[in-house]
Design a protein around this ligand. Structure first.
Ligand code: Q46
Ligand code: ZN
Ligand code: ZN
Length: 305
């Protein structure tokens, strides 16, 4: 297989795009494509202050690397969830993120769940009733709460996450299986600010997980290979496996599923659902926006004994 640009030996073959590239041209192509979609979906501009949520994994570090290389003004935020023992998952991923930011002289904020709330994410999830993915749902809720607060308090223009196409297609698959109207309405490359909820963007939403892994490896990014120990057996992994079967038989299927959804949404397929969007007000405890009549879900959780 030969590089389409220079004819030398290709190292990446993207069947979904019918495109093979050598290392040099792949490392050039991917950031250009990311920039193309940042502009297409009007995610942010060079004047904006951007906050990137980084976990230490390949997607978020590759994204930060790309934004930095393209000249965007992007700081990182790492949330230390306190998962694993000393030297375990959270410690190790923090080390990777710190090293990455120091080597490139990038601004990094570290938010420690244990220092702020005196409990790890595992302790906090002990407050909820027993249930399948309770650690992940509490973790997701806490991350959303913290990220929104830091983005607002420090007056960033946009919060950016490293969700890739596999993540977005799996979420879309779940939302479609359950016809979760409100979630479908809110899913997309950009979520506009709304009543205290900050603006969010996902510059990698059209890039396959494999493409991001290839970028991180070819660029020698030192990321954490281990998955969070709580991710095993999650529904999103199951959905990803199902979508991989479709993709295997029909290259490009995942991308078409997502892109055709965006088109249907743009054409107004989900517009009648706008009426079900709830209005937001300030949580009396933390001041963050919530649709519930009293405390926000995070403060309700923290008030449980
Ligand atoms: S970090 Fe948190 Fe994930 Fe770990 S506990 Fe679950 S949600 S799997 S992205
Ligand atoms: Zn080439
Ligand atoms: Zn609250």
């Amino acid at each position: 297989m030969k590089c389409r640009t220079c004819g030398s030996k290709a190292v990446v073959n993207m069947r979904q795009h019918k495109l093979a590239l050598c290392k040099e041209h792949y490392l050039e192509w991917l950031p250009q494509q990311v920039d193309r979609f940042i502009k297409k979906y009007q995610m942010f501009s060079k004047e904006d202050r951007i906050l990137v949520a980084v976990s230490g994994g390949k997607d978020s570090l590759a994204l930060w690397d790309i934004l930095h290389g393209l000249g965007y003004n992007a700081d990182g935020i790492y949330i230390n969830l306190g998962i694993g023992t000393i030297g375990g998952y959270s410690d190790l991923s923090l080390q990777k993120v710190k090293k990455f930011s120091e080597e490139r002289n990038l601004g990094l904020r570290v938010f420690s769940v244990i220092e702020e709330f005196n409990e790890s994410i595992i302790d906090i999830s002990g407050r909820t009733k027993r249930g399948m993915n309770r650690t992940c749902s509490v973790c997701g809720l806490t991350k959303r709460h913290v990220l929104n607060k830091v983005t607002r308090d420090d007056q960033y223009d946009v919060l950016v996450t490293g969700h890739n196409l596999d993540d977005e297609a799996a979420t879309l698959f779940g939302n479609t299986l359950h016809w979760a109207g409100e979630f479908l309405l809110r899913q997309g490359p950009v979520l506009e600010a709304n009543g205290g909820l900050v603006r969010k963007a996902k510059p990698l939403c059209r890039f396959y997980e494999k493409e991001m892994a290839a970028y991180a490896i070819l660029k020698n990014i030192d990321y954490i290979y281990e998955e969070c120990p709580y991710s095993t057996g999650s529904t999103s992994i199951y959905y990803k496996q199902q979508l991989n079967i479709l993709e295997h038989h029909n290259p490009g299927e995942k991308l078409r599923f997502y892109v055709h959804f965006l088109k249907a949404k743009k054409d107004g397929l989900f517009s009648p659902l706008k009426s079900i969007q709830q209005s937001l007000h300030e949580c009396p405890e933390c001041g963050q926006p919530t649709s519930s009549p009293d405390l926000c879900s995070f403060c309700r959780l923290m008030s449980r004994k």
